[in-house]
Design a protein around this ligand. Structure first.
Ligand SMILES: [Cu+2]
Length: 120
């Protein structure tokens, strides 16, 4: 512990380095290396002129339960040819509290899914 305002030099640098490390960790978690989940669900509709998808998705263990949500598409082309009712598997990216959909793969029509009951 510094005893006078003029002698904090010994502690300041390490504090700064600690802050840098924490910042680096935060970047690693929420930046380029966003969390990615593989999720299955069903298309409710395409929204925002093709830029978002409304989906009923299954449970995402450790993250969120089954629900209906609107998610922006990272690439609008990923939803081309999709129609309401289509069953899909998709990459769900979460970065800084915002979700988005990456690649989408259509599932066979008879794929059993565990979805939340539709909202009234
Ligand atoms: Cu959700």
């Amino acid at each position: 512990m510094p005893r006078s305002p003029s002698a904090p030099g010994a502690t300041r640098p390490s504090t700064a380095w600690l802050a840098l490390c924490v910042a680096a960790l935060l970047l690693a978690c929420g930046g380029e290396d966003a969390q990615r989940y593989s999720v299955r669900g069903q298309v409710v509709r395409i929204a925002d002129a093709g830029r978002s998808l409304v989906v009923d998705h299954e449970d995402i263990p450790g993250f969120m339960g089954r629900m209906r949500m609107t998610l922006p598409l990272q690439d609008a082309a990923a939803a081309e040819g999709l129609e309401p009712g289509d069953k899909i598997a998709f990459e769900f990216f979460v970065s800084r509290g915002t979700g988005s959909i990456g690649a989408i793969e259509e599932l066979p029509e008879d794929t059993p899914l565990e979805l939340a009951p539709p909202p009234r």
